[in-house]
Design a protein around this ligand. Sequence first.
Ligand SMILES: NC(=O)c1ccc[n+]([C@@H]2O[C@H](COP(=O)([O-])OP(=O)(O)OC[C@H]3O[C@@H](n4cnc5c(N)ncnc54)[C@H](O)[C@@H]3O)[C@@H](O)[C@H]2O)c1
Ligand SMILES: CC(C)[C@H](C(=O)O)[C@@H](O)C(=O)O
Ligand SMILES: [Mg+2]
Length: 365
Amino acid sequence: MEKMITVLPGDGIGKEVMEAARAVLHVIEKRFDHVFTIIEKEIGGAAIDRTGEPLPADTLASCQQSDAILLGAVGGPKWEGGAVTPEQGLLAIRHALKVYANVRPVSVFKDLTALSPLKEAHVTGVDFIIVRELTGGLYFAKPKERRSEDEAVDTLAYHRQEITRIVTKAFQLARKRKKKLTSVDKANVLETSKLWREEVRAVHAAFPDVTVEHMLVDNAAMQLIRKPSQFDVIVTENMFGDILSDEASMITGSLGMLPSASLSENGPALYEPVHGSAPDLAGSNSANPFGMVLSVAMMLRHSFQLEEEAAAIELAVQEVVRTHVVTSDIAASEQQAATTSDVIEALVSCLEIEAATATIHEVYQ
Ligand SMILES: NC(=O)c1ccc[n+]([C@@H]2O[C@H](COP(=O)([O-])OP(=O)(O)OC[C@H]3O[C@@H](n4cnc5c(N)ncnc54)[C@H](O)[C@@H]3O)[C@@H](O)[C@H]2O)c1
Ligand SMILES: CC(C)[C@H](C(=O)O)[C@@H](O)C(=O)O
Ligand SMILES: [Mg+2]
């Protein structure tokens, strides 16, 4: 299979975890006989420094011509408070690619259950997906913001159609899983949430086999800690989804574990870890690359239908976790922490050994 992938390392640890994505893709290419043409482009602070723009035209053009896009992370103190910010580049690319559905799976690797801040019994069986609306709400409403000396205004707006398409996507996912959908809103206060609930009820008519519950966001934040295994698919608006997914990441042990896929109706999808550029870690070779690498697996599965290849990566992550080659965020102690480069090396050899095992297996069949 031949595919074109634009990679956008971005800033801070985005660059470091993208090395892991590239390394893993390289092994997959050799092992499964694919050709991945990788084009690297700038976004965020790196792009501002060179061009003055957080999303240069050539970056967007390359993304639009690609079969899929991988993004590391953007942002950092260097650009905070500037007239143009790296985060504007991220929002601009999501908007331009129309990736309205951000799918954030939360599952716990069994060898990490002891490290989750929650009790093991509580995290056992945790396997849910947050479906976050990504191109509407507070981040994008027009007029987006207004600022005078003493007042600032952000507008929270949703159109019925924006709700219908994200909720439909969530119902479709729920139908393929445990057929349980939790819609999270603040319908006791917000008009947008009242419209959201109305739409969830309307779309539900087409998915009678799926059970729906409505949960207020403050309760949902608590329930995620109290009993995370109660969830299967959660659907929610942009900002609630942003906050709940960072919270949910800690059930898995670290924010560095979570991958994501941002999907549009027809165009190329964007795959990125849930975490940011982690300025506190940048340059220290200690960022956890698993969220990025698992995002590569999501890309292979969803954009290219390469199930075996995606599973090979997930298996390699599981094996590397089992053998404790992990960064300090999930290591048993600082002394036992591996570097990002160590983890990449372990992932690569694991993927290569899996390939060797598969060959031997085939020979003896
Ligand atoms: N998708 C994105 O590009 C994205 C997402 C979130 C934040 N940001 C940006 O990143 C910058 C920093 O934001 P922040 O500090 O609030 O959030 P962050 O996600 O960068 O970091 C939050 C905390 O989690 C830790 N962490 C994050 N990723 C990790 C990893 N892979 N391995 C180990 N630990 C990890 C960090 O060290 C930090 O303590 C800001 O400019 C923000 O706007 C970008
Ligand atoms: C950097 C920021 C704009 C972004 C968001 O809120 O969408 C990030 O937190 C994320 O989760 O991808
Ligand atoms: Mg976030």
